[in-house]
Design a protein around this ligand. Structure first.
Ligand code: FES
Length: 165
């Protein structure tokens, strides 16, 4: 699945930037420095906005294309911020054949965002994921650590309403 760039403006703090500079300084000059630097930067920011990737490229002295190539290739890296509630719909084969795409359509309609985007108030983010190992419950929707099985489009609104605060 192609990764999307964040739809929200970047808002990093001074403290985060200081931590990032420390991380970069620690890894500068190491062979294969990009991967561990991205990992630690994601721990600081929660995701990897292009502004952070640019600072990493400049700081390590490597081309931005190389940093971007790594961040977009590995699934553990996220280019978009997560909301307070991360809504994830499984689009693995079992879930797909049981109608996960219709559940996803309903989610995008109700939340007003596409997969890998976050609502402007930072409350919900939406992710489409691969098999989460609960195929017997297909289609599977998760919201943070809560799991909802055998989802139908009609049930989506009621489930989202539980996360109104
Ligand atoms: S395909 Fe969705 S849980 Fe396995």
């Amino acid at each position: 699945m192609q990764k999307r760039i964040s739809n929200l403006p970047f808002q990093g703090t001074k403290e985060q930037e200081e931590k990032l500079r420390e991380i970069i300084a620690r890894h500068k000059g190491e062979p294969g420095a990009v991967m561990p630097t991205l990992h630690e930067a994601q721990e600081v920011y929660g995701y990897l906005p292009i502004e952070v990737q640019t600072m990493i490229a400049d700081g390590l002295g490597v081309p931005l294309e190389e940093v971007f190539g790594v961040s977009t290739f590995y699934s553990q890296f996220s280019l978009t911020p997560k909301g307070k509630y991360n809504v994830s719909i499984c689009l693995g084969t079992a879930c797909y054949v049981k109608g996960a795409a219709a559940v996803l359509d309903k989610l995008t309609e109700l939340l007003g965002i596409q997969p890998e985007e976050c609502t402007p108030d930072g409350k919900f983010s939406l992710t489409a994921c691969r098999c989460v190992g609960a195929c017997g419950l297909a289609p599977v929707l998760t919201i943070n650590d809560d799991v909802y099985g055998r989802m139908t489009p009609e049930e989506v609104e009621g489930v989202l309403a539980k996360y109104s605060v």
